[in-house]
Design a protein around this ligand. Sequence first.
Ligand code: ADP
Ligand code: MG
Length: 264
Amino acid sequence: MSDTMTRPATGGGKATRPMIEVKDAHKSFGAIEVLKGIDLSVERGQIVAIIGPSGSGKSTLLRSINHLESLDRGEIWLDGVQVNAPLTGKAFERHINAVRQRMGMVFQHFNLFPHLTVMENVTLAPRLLQGLSGEAVRARAEKLLDKVGLADKAEAYPSRLSGGQKQRVAIARALAMEPKVMLFDEATSALDPELVDEVNLVMKQLAQEHMTMLIVTHEMRFAGEVADRVLFMDGGVVVEEGPPDRIFTAPKAERTRAFLRKYL
Ligand code: ADP
Ligand code: MG
């Protein structure tokens, strides 16, 4: 004990603290318990894919991490800060608004603002929330649009873009707040098959840059390529988790095997 107490602070504690931690998460809608005690830990720079049948609670888990749903029981932590902190009223509102700025979320449906250009979509939140100059925000947005391959679409309106382009704008918009983690909820499920790869490619690029990511997906091949760990959920519990190789080639639970038979 004294050893840990006296060891110089070389960042050891910080480096080993998970980026995302979910502890015993419970959530019910009416009489139906949708999350039945979920534990999950994502290290800094790690990529975790969540797979599982429709209705198993994947979206509810992701939404709870971002506090779009509030848990009935359990804790969510982001980089050592409790997301669902025991605060009330205005104090909680201030807290959650600050925490949310550190999490980028990308949904199945792109939720772009239709009346704003691509550039305006990407710069809106940093302009309003980070108090940066218009020039600084614009420079950041240009870099991000270039990164997602849409430098030439800055002045276009969302209605003029393909689904794949819209989703890449949504990713750029989430990145514009310089989040600590990115949460993807079936980001490619609504896309025509030929547009899936261009979005997956952007996610792979983020993986190479060691962005911490939690990715809900039905694409097993993509999960296998990008994830450090795959977690199989069913009926509101984590049935099993492990490296993609192991989960896909030697699943332990019968429920996992039954699910994967439909995909592999
Ligand atoms: P998944 O993303 O794995 O398909 P969800 O988390 O969306 O699963 O949903 C899990 C269960 O919770 C489903 O039975 C769904 O109908 C239910 N559910 C999700 N959100 C709500 C809500 N806001 N109100 C009531 N039931 C909900
Ligand atoms: Mg879902």
